[in-house]
Design a protein around this ligand. Structure first.
Ligand code: CP3
Length: 342
């Protein structure tokens, strides 16, 4: 079997230079992405068309010397599979029918998810066949709380209404989270069965929660998700990315059962290392805004990030997703610096 450098790091090895992939590496900053995106009826249709989704995964791998590809899909296919209406407004982002507008919260059975999302698993199979053998294939899902926030308030933005809902309707929120835990476990297990080498849980909205609420909506559901995944026979490494967890990052790293920790832009590597279990692989945390700016300052910052993470097994990544205004040549220069030190 060809060795996949990112898998070695997830197994606890330090590699110099570190393997690299970029969150949202497939997307609108690439002209060739915008071109195939225009062929799909809408964004979800794009996600459910394996030929297009596979092409989106392959585009950044052709341009840049990346060590991993990530399934092209979205965290919001899960509410779609659970029968909640999901659509994307051009230039604004996702919209869902808010649960907050309803007296009774209803959603489909988690049993339906794997059947509904069959095109996603077909995409995973086809990516594995299309990708070089040494490239790691990452499957993913949203964290239960992050997906719940979109379902509860129907859009992104500040999460104040979701926080109030957890205080005012704790039973409804707990029931929603437990449906999401089961549905997410099955969705991730199906991606692994189709060929994903490892998994990432995007808990993108971990910020701003008082500790007891963080326990209730992030720690408990993630722990349950990890236990359920392992019970389903999934043994691959799992990267947890609790963006914005801040002072509670260590509890996430120690208590949930994830294998590796995604570190966001504001969190120093040394802080993450001190909080996480000894030797836990860390992924991150270059500033996506610096990637837009480019130049010598960007290259110096890349070297600083590599130095900052030197005490841990490290996967180089951004601290959040790449944005549409990023010039692709800046990413080429960044990867070059990481790979050659110059
Ligand atoms: O290369 C990859 O990483 C592609 C796969 C991927 C997408 N979304 C494609 C996508 C992944 C891993 C995601 C995760 C995702 N989706 C998250 C967690 C990561 C994060 O950034 O915090 C979240 C919160 C979502 C929900 C979502 N989907 C939002 C907020 C948006 C709008 C973003 C925007 O800038 O408009 C989406 C749409 C989306 N998902 C796009 C892509 C490439 C852009 C839509 C388009 O092409 O029209």
């Amino acid at each position: 079997m060809t060795e996949r450098s990112m898998m070695r790091v997830l197994g606890g090895e330090r590699i110099d230079p570190p393997p690299v992939w970029i969150m949202r590496q497939a997307g609108r900053y690439l002209p060739e992405y915008r071109q195939i995106r225009a062929q799909a009826k809408d964004f979800l249709d794009f996600c459910y068309t394996p030929a297009l989704a596979v092409e989106a995964v392959m585009q950044p791998l052709r341009r840049f010397d990346l060590d991993a590809g990530i399934l092209f899909s979205d965290i919001l296919v899960l509410p779609d599979a659970l029968g909640r209406k999901v659509w994307f407004v051009e230039g604004e982002g996702p919209r869902l029918e808010p649960l907050l507008d309803q007296d009774t919260w209803t959603f489909g059975d988690p049993d339906r998810v794997v059947g509904f999302l069959a095109p996603v698993y077909e995409t995973v199979e086809r990516i594995r066949a299309a990708m070089p053998a040494e490239t790691t294939l990452i499957g993913f899902a949203g964290g239960p709380w992050t997906v719940a926030t979109y379902m509860i308030q129907g859009e992104g933005g500040d999460k104040d209404r979701c926080r109030r809902a957890t205080y005012q309707r704790p039973g409804d929120v707990a029931a929603l989270l437990s449906v999401l835990v089961e549905a997410t476990a099955r969705h991730l297990a199906a991606q692994v069965a189709a060929g994903a080498d490892c998994l990432q849980i995007f808990e993108s909205w971990s910020e701003g929660l008082p500790e007891p609420l963080f326990e209730e909506v992030i720690l408990k559901p993630t722990k349950a998700l990890m236990a359920r995944l392992r019970a389903l026979g999934v043994t691959v490494p799992v990267i947890g990315f609790p963006r914005g967890a801040g002072a509670l990052l260590g509890r996430y790293a120690r208590e949930t059962g994830v294998t590796a920790l995604g570190v966001d832009t504001q969190t120093p590597a040394g802080f993450a290392r001190a909080q996480a279990p000894e030797g836990m692989p860390l992924q991150g945390n270059f500033d996506p805004q610096m990637l837009i700016c480019g130049g010598a300052a960007m290259e110096a910052e890349a070297r600083r990030v590599i130095e900052d993470f030197r005490g841990s097994p490290h996967i180089f990544n951004l601290g959040h997703g790449i944005t549409p205004q990023t010039p692709p040549e800046n990413l080429a220069a960044l990867v070059q610096v990481i790979k050659t030190g110059g």
